[in-house]
Every structure is written in structure tokens, then in C-alpha cells.
Write a protein of this length. Structure first.
Lengths: 341, 270
């Protein structure tokens, strides 16, 4: 008989992350389907707020707490997860595919003699647990299963609804952890660009800027500065997250005009991110299959392009506007500003 | 800067991103149609790791870079004809299967064994580099598993920058959620760094570097150890291409004002 452990972690304020709550909901669903006992492990500086949020989950709660777990770090997080897994003795371990857990969970699986699969987008199967994940950067989808246990599964964010039970008082078992001598010190977080936070994972809209923004326009001139202003104004007015094609990000290292707020972290596609947003709007992009890959998990997709025959939009976008993005986005910004006023 | 570094870069080869991929079933599990004839490249994130390794080694006299690559000998040779011109390294090839479907646990075990057997490698000076994910399996676990097998417990993933100090302690920037970097200071070596894009552009081809590398690459390929990867634990139920095809509405006759109004309405409460 299977037993399920969901590993969760807190954010800077020790509250559970959204991705953790999604993993909890997935774990509850799997445990219910298999008739398996469910445990939830919490890694946080102070696990009390997280435990309170999970009071109505109907699960055994285990926690690792202390100052050492306030910040993500391989040695301490791996030791914490290892201790929680040993305490829970679970055959299947679910965890969010967060930067914190993605850094350590394969190591934890190895220490416990287990196996791990990552970027899981769905949990299924009738008699056996089967999981879905993508290969070749979201170009091939596979359903797989494993007989060996413990089996660790990292769930991609946005693939499950988040647990939203009523908070209450909960009994938590504190698990002791033997920590290695400190060797790595986390000194903080750094924003890649001053003043312009353009990546917003929870935004309802992904705005993708393509290389066309920095090319010669109808007047034969390049208007990179104006393009930057239009894009930033749109991001401020809409709350959208900014993605970019590789070619636009790479232009900086090739000595061509660049949008100064773009970095490789904005890049979507074959060598970039594949973010999940309900809607996506691409502008001035030219289409290759790698670019389409970046849009795999976007719900509704629209595009503005001067090329009516652009190959990637056909069959991939819902609507393509054959128009000048400079003109359209300037009008959009004016409408958004008027609506706010 | 007199502390030489021993940098091992783990890098796989993947189909050129512009190729159309089609999964097929074979006697050893799923694979890609015509996989052996698809043009291949060094995995993009692993390539970033290689360029960063070469850059770092150049700043620390006496340092050495090894490139450990698992794949069919013929494909490795093909890819190395280009890669060898980018940076100086010693190739440690392992003659094994290609593709993203073999189990990462088996791959990690083979690579860890290969790294342990590298002659002259000082593990107290080791920086284990690679891509934080690959463009084939994309699991992001192989490097981590190798690190665990080798007993390295300072690991960093999604690395975009490393600043090495004279005493071999270093500052490192890792990608985290929300477009941020986590900044850490590691007291010393050994360490595992799974690279994201890094900060360096792809180096220009240098024929002299290529000729120098090829003098050792070709003999190494001749002696590449053949391995078979075990996949006993892993069972593929189905492998398929996404079939989603959208009915695209192409709008050619609307003014910018009309398009803007429609877009704002579509965006709704954004």
C-alpha cells in the first residue's frame, strides 16, 4: 500500500508558498484516490503559520523549523527534507518544483535510495500511479511510471489548484535534523535590473517582445528608446509579465540596439522559460518552433505582427493582428491610462 | 589568483532546436525518429557552462577543464568539430545512448564513475559544472545526483554568475522565482554549479584552439568506454507529440484604434 508525503516550504514570512499549496491539493487528491495515508512536511524558520493553514487538510503534519531553514541552501534543505522523509516513511513524495526544492530533491532521493521525476504536470493512472511530463523542451509529452520506491515527484507550478482550507489550530510533530557544518551563506536576493521588475509569475498576461521592436521601422530609423518606453508603460498599466525571444536578448552581446531592462531571465522558448499564464500577447516576434515552445502553457494567445504569413502564428495563436505594434501598443497604453484615470 | 581550479563540465548532445522531432518506440524504449541522423549540438545550457569554465580557468593559471560527454561516438565527434573551436578542454567521452528518454539516475551513475576515474583530477579543487537542465530530458537532476554520488554538498542550480576569490571561496548568483537571483557565498571547493545562461556570449570559432583540442579529442574518442544505461525502474506508458492546433483568426483590416480596443477588452481585468 502506498503512503504519501507532501513536502512544502515557507516563503520569507514563513507562510506556505502557492506552489506548496498546489502540491498539498495534489497530494490530497492522490491519497484519496489510492486510499493512502497522507503526511505533510513543512520546512520553514517557523512552521506554525504553515501548520495553521494546513489544519483542515486532514493530514499528519511534520515540521522542521529553525533559523537555518529561513533561507534556501542545499546542505540545510537537503538535510531537512531527508529527515522529514525518514520520519514519514512515505512511498511517494510530492513536492513543488520551486527553485528551493528543485535544488535539493534529487539529492534527497539519492540519499534515501529512491528515484525522482521532475516537471510533473499531471498525476494519473488507475491501478498504478502514472505521471505526465514533457521532454525536449515541451515538444514531446510522455506518461511514465516507476515500480521502485520511494518515488519523488516534483510538480510544476500552475498545474494543480492550490489548497485553500480554513486555517485553524493544528498539532505538528517537530522533526530533529542533524545539520552539517555551515559552508554556504545566503546573503540575499538581487533584482537583475534596477527599478524594473518585469517578471511576474502570477500575472494574468504574458507580454512577449520580439526582435522587431529594435529593427528599422517604416521611416527607416530604429526607435529602440521609444520601444522601451511603450513596453514599460504597458507593463505598468497592465500588470503583465514580460517575456522575450532569444534573438532580442542576445542582441546586447552582439553590439546591436537593446531594450535595457531585458535579460536572459525574460527569455522564453527553447533555451528560456516556458511560463504558465492564462493569456499571452506577442509583439514583433518572428516564428520558429523554439519560440512556439515558450508558449506551450499559455491559455489564450494573441499576436501583433506585420507579417500576415508568419509561420508560427498559424495554428498556434488564436488571433493575429496584422498591424504595427508601435501604433497599437501606444493606443493600448492610452486606453489603459484612461481606464485607470 | 594562484589557486588552480579543476573544472569538470558535464555536457550532453541534443538535436538542433530547429529540427522537427517525432517520437518512436524501439526495443529499448522510446526514442526519436531518425535520431542518429538529426543534426546535433552541444546542449545549450551545458555550452554556457563550458564557456564559463574556460573563462574561469583562463583567470586562474594552472587550471584545467575537462568536458565529460555521454553519447554515441560518431555523434560526439560530429559535435566536437564545432565545440572544439570555442574553448580549450580535454574531452572525456563515454560511448552510450543518445536522447532524453534514458533514466537520469543511470546516466548520473555512469558519469560519476567516469569523473572519479579521471587521472590527475584533484577533488578538493573540483568545480563540477553542467547545465541546470538539458534540452532533451530537461529533468535538472543529473548534475545534482552526480554531486551527491561524489559527496559534494555545496550545490547551486540556475547559476548565472560566479565570482571566485583568491582563497577559492566564491560568490554565486542562482535564479529563483520572480526574475530574481539568490546571492550566496560558498566557503570553498568542491562545489556543483548547474548553469543557466551565464553572462558570456558564445565565443567565436578559433581554429587554433580547435586544432589544439582535436589532437587529444580524436584519440579520446577512439578509446571511449562503451556503456549501457539501465532503465529497469522506469516504464514509459505513452510518448506522443502535442496535437493542439488552433483555428487562427488573421485580422488584416482593423485600424490600430480598433485593435487596441479589442485587446483591452480581451485583457479584461488585467
Amino acid at each position: 500500500m502506498e503512503s504519501i508525503l507532501v513536502l512544502t516550504h515557507g516563503n520569507e514570512a514563513s507562510a506556505l508558498t502557492k506552489a506548496s499549496l498546489e502540491a498539498v491539493a495534489a497530494g490530497m487528491g492522490l491519497a484519496s484516490r489510492l486510499g493512502a495515508p497522507l503526511s505533510i512536511g513543512i520546512v520553514a524558520a517557523d512552521g506554525s503559520a504553515a501548520a495553521s493553514a494546513l489544519a483542515s487538510a486532514g493530514a499528519r503534519l511534520l515540521a522542521v523549523s529553525g533559523a537555518a531553514f529561513a533561507q534556501p541552501r542545499y546542505a540545510t534543505d537537503a538535510a531537512a527534507c531527508q529527515a522529514l522523509c525518514r520520519a514519514a516513511r512515505a512511498s511517494i513524495v510530492l513536492a513543488p518544483e520551486s527553485a528551493r526544492f528543485a535544488r535539493v530533491m534529487a539529492g534527497v532521493a539519492h540519499r534515501l535510495g529512491g528515484f525522482i521525476d521532475t516537471h510533473i504536470t499531471a498525476l494519473g493512472g488507475a491501478e498504478h500511479v502514472e505521471v505526465t511530463r514533457w521532454f525536449y523542451r515541451q515538444r514531446v509529452e510522455a506518461v511514465l511510471s516507476r515500480a521502485a520506491r520511494p518515488w519523488f515527484l516534483l510538480l510544476d507550478a500552475g498545474t494543480h489548484a492550490a489548497f485553500a482550507g480554513a486555517p485553524g489550530s493544528a498539532q505538528t510533530e517537530q522533526v530533529a535534523v542533524e545539520l552539517p557544518a555551515p559552508h554556504t551563506t545566503v546573503t540575499g536576493l538581487r533584482a537583475p535590473q534596477q527599478g524594473a521588475q518585469t517578471i511576474r509569475p502570477d500575472a494574468g498576461l504574458l507580454f512577449v517582445a520580439g526582435a522587431g521592436w529594435t529593427k528599422k521601422q517604416a521611416d527607416g530609423q530604429v526607435h529602440t528608446s521609444e520601444a522601451g518606453q511603450i513596453i514599460l508603460e504597458f507593463l505598468r498599466g497592465s500588470g503583465a509579465s514580460l517575456g522575450s525571444s532569444k534573438s532580442l536578448v542576445d542582441q546586447g552581446s552582439e553590439g546591436q540596439p537593446v531594450l535595457p531592462f531585458l535579460t536572459h531571465l525574460n527569455q522564453v522558448g527553447q533555451t528560456g522559460a516556458t511560463p504558465r499564464h492564462p493569456k499571452g500577447l506577442s509583439t514583433c516576434c518572428h516564428g520558429e518552433e523554439p519560440h512556439v515552445v515558450g508558449w506551450r502553457f499559455i491559455g489564450e494567445r494573441r499576436a501583433i505582427s506585420l507579417d500576415p504569413n508568419c509561420g508560427w502564428t498559424r495554428g498556434k495563436a488564436d488571433v493575429v493582428y496584422v498591424a504595427d505594434a508601435f501604433q497599437v501598443m501606444t493606443k493600448v497604453n492610452a486606453l489603459l491610462a484612461a481606464r485607470k484615470a | 589568483m594562484s589557486n588552480p581550479l579543476h573544472i569538470v563540465v558535464c555536457a550532453g548532445i541534443v538535436p538542433d532546436p530547429l529540427q522537427t522531432l517525432e517520437p518512436v518506440s524501439g526495443p529499448h524504449g522510446p526514442g526519436l525518429k531518425n535520431e542518429m541522423v538529426l543534426p546535433a549540438v552541444l546542449d545549450p545550457w551545458a555550452a554556457s557552462a563550458l564557456y564559463e569554465a574556460a573563462h574561469l580557468a583562463a583567470k586562474h593559471p594552472g587550471s584545467k577543464v575537462w568536458l565529460v560527454a555521454l553519447g554515441p561516438k560518431a555523434k560526439l565527434q560530429q559535435v566536437m568539430m564545432t565545440v572544439a573551436q570555442k574553448a580549450g578542454f580535454e574531452l572525456v567521452p563515454v560511448d552510450g545512448p543518445i536522447g532524453g528518454f534514458p533514466d537520469a539516475h543511470s546516466t548520473a551513475a555512469v558519469l560519476a564513475e567516469t569523473i572519479s576515474a579521471i587521472a590527475g583530477l584533484d577533488k578538493t579543487r573540483l568545480l563540477l559544472f553542467g547545465g541546470w537542465e538539458s534540452a532533451s530530458r530537461g529533468a535538472g537532476i543529473t548534475l545534482q545526483l552526480i554531486g551527491e554520488i561524489l559527496g559534494i554538498t555545496d550545490q547551486f542550480q540556475g547559476v548565472d554568475r560566479i565570482d571566485m576569490r583568491a582563497d577559492c571561496s566564491f560568490e554565486v548568483l542562482e535564479r529563483v522565482e520572480g526574475g530574481m537571483h539568490q546571492e550566496s557565498v560558498c566557503a570553498g571547493l568542491p562545489a556543483v554549479l548547474g548553469w543557466a545562461t551565464g553572462t558570456l556570449a558564445e565565443p567565436r570559432n578559433n581554429p587554433q584552439t580547435g586544432m589544439s583540442n582535436m589532437r587529444t579529442i580524436l584519440p579520446a574518442l577512439q578509446k571511449a568506454r562503451p556503456v549501457a544505461l539501465s532503465g529497469d525502474s522506469l516504464r514509459y506508458v505513452a510518448v506522443s507529440l502535442p496535437r493542439q492546433q488552433r483555428a487562427t483568426r488573421v485580422v488584416k483590416d482593423m485600424s490600430p484604434d480598433e485593435i487596441a480596443r479589442e485587446l483591452v477588452e480581451w485583457m479584461g481585468a488585467e
